[in-house]
Design a protein around this ligand. Structure first.
Ligand code: SAH
Ligand code: SF4
Length: 380
């Protein structure tokens, strides 16, 4: 697949233009686009910055409370625009404190965002597609049939929704925030929706707004090689790569995209990743599948493969889902695998699965509406 085909792919799964009560959403516009809209309404360009601050620093959803704007100005804007939020279809809370929001977008499609709190910080796992245009054999999201890209507003609104729920609009100091990091590790392959993801990430990073910087954002890819360099140079976010296997033979089965971009090309793209340094290492994700990729020969080959790359390795215990075809490796096997990596100098934490009880763990996300529909069609 060439870069050209990736654009073809993006066009095929393009999000529709969604109006809310016939009005356009201000969330997701760049500051320049917002200025242009103000000018088109006959208002001064500086209004855009006032609105930007209200939306992204204060979380204001209603023009009526934008007291920095005179009433006639507010009314003029409110005639044409809204400050959008997705509607919340479900919001389960895990016994471990993780929270999941099933969010319904304007066209009825649903995606999930998951908040994973730590002691004094927390990460929000954000989705970038409805379903996924990939179909990895170990991933629940990959089994969804309804797919499309999310637009920038739909990606940003997940963050805004989480901040609403956590009640964090009044905490400007990033060090004190409980939503301090963002991981693009929810539903979907971010580099197959690069333009919308890039636009959203730039808005999220803006220092006059949500202000979560590139060092606190991690993008996970299944290996869309032609887009990796651009992601590094344009966004500079941390990169996580779903490696999961050390031979093309095994990886082809786990991640069919590997047939287009085999391991050798993927590893070269990691070596070339612009934002990677010793201080900002690339995370290699490795899901532990019993009898598939968890042997000592595998771990030895893994070390060899990553030689010279500033890397850390996240071992992910496999999270099963209804009908899933694999089993998680035994604890002792995971431990041995991790010990070997540690002995070779790699930080290789075993990621404790979070939110398994609410189907919010890695690879378990799949929106209920689609599940319900599939069940109905199967006559269940
Ligand atoms: N689409 C992107 C990011 C989302 S998935 C990607 O594939 O990288 C986030 C991580 O969870 C990926 O490493 C993915 O491979 C992993 N994953 C998927 N299904 C899983 C499962 N059932 N158990 C554990 N990890 C899984
Ligand atoms: Fe998509 Fe990632 Fe799941 Fe693969 S692992 S199907 S790329 S979400």
């Amino acid at each position: 697949m060439t870069t050209h085909n990736i654009h073809g792919h993006a066009a095929r799964f393009a999000p529709p233009e969604i109006l809310i009560d016939g009005k356009r959403n201000l969330v997701g516009l760049t500051l320049d686009e917002l200025k242009a809209e103000m000018l088109a309404l006959g208002l001064e360009a500086f209004r855009a910055k006032q609105i930007w601050t209200a939306i992204y620093c204060h979380g204001i959803k209603d023009f009526d409370v934008m007291t920095t704007l005179a009433k006639p100005v507010r009314e003029k804007i409110a005639e044409k625009f809204v400050i959008g939020r997705p509607s919340v279809s479900a919001a389960p809370v895990s016994v471990d404190g993780s929270r999941k929001w099933l969010l319904k977008m304007g066209d009825g499609h649903e995606v999930e965002a998951v908040y994973i709190p730590e002691e004094d910080r927390g990460a929000l796992c954000v989705s970038c597609q409805v379903g996924c245009t990939n179909s990895c054999s170990f991933c629940h999201t990959g089994t969804m049939r309804l797919v499309r890209n999310l637009d920038a507003s739909e990606i940003i609104m997940q963050v805004m929704q989480a901040r609403d729920a956590i009640g964090e609009w009044k905490v400007p100091d990033l060090e004190k925030r409980m939503l301090s990091n963002i991981v693009l590790m929810g539903m979907g392959e971010p580099l197959f929706n690069y333009d919308n993801v890039a636009k959203a990430v730039k808005i999220i990073m803006d220092e006059g707004g949500i202000a979560i910087g590139k060092r606190r954002i991690t993008l996970s890819t299944s290996g869309v090689v032609p887009m990796m360099a651009r992601c590094g140079s344009e966004l500079g976010v941390n990169l996580a790569v779903s490696l999961h296997a050390v031979t093309d033979e095994v990886r082809d089965v786990l991640i069919p995209l590997n047939k287009k971009y085999p391991i050798k090309e993927l590893i070269q793209a990691c070596r070339d990743y612009p934002a990677a340094t010793n201080a900002r290492r690339i995370t290699f994700e490795y899901v532990m599948l019993k009898g598939v990729n968890d042997s000592m020969a595998d771990v030895r080959a893994l070390v060899k493969l990553l030689e010279g790359i500033p890397a850390k390795i996240n071992l992910l215990p496999y999270n099963p889902w209804p009908g899933s075809p694999y089993e998680c490796s035994d604890d002792a096997v995971i431990q041995k695998f991790g010990d070997f990596l540690n002995a070779k100098g790699y930080a290789s934490p075993v990621r404790t699965p979070r939110g398994r009880d609410i189907m919010a763990a890695c690879g378990q996300l799949k929106s209920a509406s689609v599940r319900a529909r599939a069940a109905a069609e199967a006559g269940e």
